[in-house]
Design a protein around this ligand. Structure first.
Ligand code: C2E
Ligand code: MG
Ligand code: MG
Ligand code: MG
Length: 276
C-alpha cells in the first residue's frame, strides 16, 4: 500500500508546484527566524476627519527580510495565517502599536490620536486573544479607548454568538472596533446590527473607481448611508485624489485615509514634530 501511495505521489509530481512549496517553506523558516530575532516594523498612515485634522493612524506591518529587503504584508500575511505564525506576529504588532500609542499620550500634540491595528481572523479566534490584549494594555500603559481593532467580514463565517461575546469582552476593556475592507465580504445586515462595532471602512476597491464606475459610486454611498442609519462612523480608505475626497465628503463620509493625505511611514510626523 505504501508502495502504491509512493507511485501515486510520483505520478502526480509537478516540478513547478514543488518549487512553489519549497520557496514558501523557505519563506516560512525566514518568518520564524525574524519572529525570533526581530525584523518587523510598523508604519503609520494618517486618518483625517472632515475638517482635514488628523485623528489617528493605522499601523501597517512591514517585514525587513534579511536578504530580500522590505516585503509587503500582502506577500507574507497569508503565509503567516496558513502556518499559524500570525498569532505571535499579531501579538508583536499589538505590543509595538500600543507602545507607540503610549508614547503619543505623553505629548500634548498627539495625545488625542487613536491607533488602528489589523487583527486577522485566526489571531482573533485564538482562545487567549482577549487576555493578550489585556496584557499588552497593562504592560504598555496605552489608553484602550484610543485602540481600534480592525476586523474583516470573513470573521462572520464563524460562530457569530461566540464572536459577539468575545468582542463584548474586549469592549469592556475599552477598545473599539472597525470593520475593514467593508463591502467585499460576507456581512449580513442582520449580523451587522448586532456586532458591537464603531466604524465601517469602505474598501479601497470602491473608492478607486468611485468617479468612473456608477456601481462603485452606489456602493460607496450605500455604505455611508448604512453607517449613518446604524449610527456607525464611516471611513474611506485608499483616497488618492481630491475628486474622490470631494465626492465622499459630499455624501457624508466621516473619516478619510489614503495617499492623498499621507503614505504609511515609519514614524508619525505632526506639524513638523517627529514622534517615535
Ligand atoms: P488594509 O488593512 O486594508 O490596509 C490598507 C492598505 O492599503 C495598506 O497596504 C496601505 O498601504 C494601502 N493604502 C492606503 N492608502 C492607499 C492609497 O491611497 N492607494 C493605494 N493604492 N493603497 C493605499 P499594506 O500596508 O500593503 O497592507 C496590506 C494589507 O495587509 C492590509 O490591508 C491588511 O489587510 C494587511 N496587514 C497589514 N498590516 C497588518 C497587520 O499588522 N496584521 C494583519 N493581520 N494584517 C495586516
Ligand atoms: Mg486595515
Ligand atoms: Mg482596509
Ligand atoms: Mg483594504
Amino acid at each position: 500500500e505504501a508502495k502504491e501511495a509512493g507511485r501515486n505521489t510520483l505520478r502526480f509530481f509537478d516540478p513547478v508546484m514543488q518549487a512553489t512549496v519549497e520557496a514558501s517553506s523557505a519563506l516560512e523558516s525566514d518568518l520564524r527566524r525574524s519572529l525570533r530575532e526581530g525584523g518587523f516594523a510598523l508604519h503609520y498612515q494618517p486618518q483625517l476627519d472632515r475638517d482635514g485634522n488628523p485623528t489617528g493612524a493605522e499601523a501597517l506591518v512591514r517585514w525587513l527580510h534579511p536578504e530580500k529587503g522590505m516585503i509587503s504584508p500582502a506577500d507574507f500575511i497569508p503565509l503567516a495565517e496558513r502556518t499559524g505564525l500570525i498569532v505571535p506576529l499579531g501579538n508583536w504588532v499589538l505590543e509595538a502599536a500600543c507602545r507607540q500609542l503610549a508614547a503619543w499620550q505623553q505629548d500634548a500634540h498627539t495625545a488625542s490620536l487613536s491607533l488602528a491595528v489589523n487583527v486577522s481572523v485566526r489571531q482573533f479566534r485564538h482562545p487567549d486573544f482577549v487576555e493578550e490584549v489585556e496584557g499588552v494594555i497593562r504592560r504598555t500603559g496605552a489608553n484602550p479607548a484610543r485602540l481600534k481593532l480592525e476586523l474583516t467580514e470573513s470573521l462572520l463565517l464563524d460562530d457569530v454568538e461566540e464572536i459577539i461575546s468575545k468582542m463584548t469582552r474586549l469592549r469592556q476593556l475599552g477598545v473599539c472596533f472597525s470593520l475593514d475592507d467593508f463591502g467585499t465580504g460576507y456581512s449580513s445586515l442582520a449580523y451587522l446590527k448586532r456586532l458591537p462595532i464603531d466604524q465601517l471602512k469602505i474598501d479601497r476597491s470602491f473608492v478607486r473607481d468611485v468617479l468612473t464606475d456608477p456601481n462603485d459610486a452606489v456602493i460607496a454611498r450605500t455604505i455611508i448611508a448604512l453607517g449613518h442609519s446604524l449610527g456607525l462612523n464611516v471611513l474611506a480608505e485608499g483616497v488618492e485624489t481630491e475628486a474622490q475626497h470631494r465626492f465622499l465628503l459630499e455624501h457624508g463620509c466621516h473619516h478619510f485615509q489614503g495617499f492623498l493625505f499621507g503614505r504609511p511611514r515609519p514614524v508619525w510626523r505632526e506639524a513638523g514634530v517627529v514622534v517615535v
